[in-house]
Design a protein around this ligand. Structure first.
Ligand SMILES: C[S@@+](CC[C@H](N)C(=O)[O-])C[C@H]1O[C@@H](n2cnc3c(N)ncnc32)[C@H](O)[C@@H]1O
Length: 292
């Protein structure tokens, strides 16, 4: 399926603060305010140390400064950074179900995780989510997009018909669930995205779920941290990874390996896709941050 030319891009995404969720079969969420072609978003501004929400954050009791100069600030920054690393490690080393239970019991951890995550991402020269948004914007605006492990739901703010899925969220437009089992209807989406979100030890289950919800000829976009797919550094062989996905009934259309930090695969579901009886999925090594 050649992507038809894009007719119009639309900006969407709401900022209501309420926890999302739901297990009923979902219809795509559409923006009510098409605004013509939306420019790709600028990478998030580098967070200042001294903000409460970041691992380098400051807080009450100290004058707001650019660097965490007072001892209390430094201690908070260290604690917050440590907390982020712990959550990151948890997500990479447990199943989707365990991650869902963990974050559902303590939904505030989502903000702790994403504060640290955004700070790490601000150091990347290019963010995969922006490359994906550009690709979506250069294709059909009519496509329905499912963003598996959407984080702050950046994709949803740039496409018209969308499902955003994550473990928990205070954004009511996000479906809170373990993405191994979404409430989406079978064969209902044109594009499934995993942007740095194949974290759980049962990651193949997420791709199988994407296969279920994708229409025939639908697109599967996977961006992953380079080191996870670099056999020279203990990562999986990217060819074996693609071979496993092809056994689900996908063809690799292209691979973008030009970015320093991540690798991006564009796969397409076959018109008549047949799933192999056994698939040899390579292990994806956890991507752990070093202590600073
Ligand atoms: C590294 S973040 C990337 C966020 C976003 N895709 C981006 O590129 O900015 C990975 C996200 O996947 C989510 N995630 C991990 N495992 C999940 C699961 N089993 N079900 C739903 N979401 C999951 C995490 O909560 C986190 O928000």
């Amino acid at each position: 399926m050649d992507p038809p030319p894009r007719e119009a891009a639309a900006a969407g995404g709401r900022k209501l603060r309420r926890r999302g969720g739901g297990r009923t079969r979902r219809k795509p969420q559409a923006s009510s305010s098409p605004q013509g072609s939306a420019p790709p978003p600028a990478p998030p501004a580098k967070r200042k140390r001294g903000s409460d929400a970041t691992p380098g954050g400051g807080g009450r009791g100290c004058k707001p400064t650019k660097k965490p100069t007072c001892l209390l600030d430094k201690m908070r920054a260290r604690l917050s950074g440590g907390h982020f690393r712990m959550l990151n490690e948890k997500l990479y080393t447990c199943s989707g179900k365990d991650a869902f239970d963990y974050f559902t019991n303590e939904p505030d951890l989502f903000d702790v995780y994403h504060g640290g995550y955004q700070e790490q991402m601000s150091l990347w020269p290019e963010q995969p989510v922006n490359v994906i948004i550009n690709w979506l914007n250069s294709n059909s605006a009519a496509w329905t997009v499912a963003d598996f492990g959407c984080g702050n739901a950046t994709v949803s703010k740039n496409v018209k018909n969308k499902f955003s899925i994550d473990l928990v969220s205070d954004d009511p437009s996000v479906i809170a669930c373990d993405m191994a089992h979404t409430p989406l209807e079978s064969s209902s989406v044109d594009v499934a995205i995993f942007c740095l979100s194949l974290m759980g030890t049962n990651y193949p289950r997420y791709i199988e779920e994407a296969n279920r919800v994708l229409k025939p000829s639908g697109w599967l976009l996977i961006a992953e941290v380079r080191s996870r797919l670099d056999p020279n550094t203990g990562g999986a062989d990217p060819d074996k990874f693609c071979e496993a996905i092809s056994k689900l009934g996908f063809s690799l259309v292209s691979k973008d390996a030009k970015n320093k930090m991540f690798i991006l695969f564009y796969l397409q579901k076959k018109e008549k896709n047949k799933v192999a009886k056994t698939i040899d999925w390579p292990q994806l090594k956890p991507c752990l941050y070093k202590r600073r």
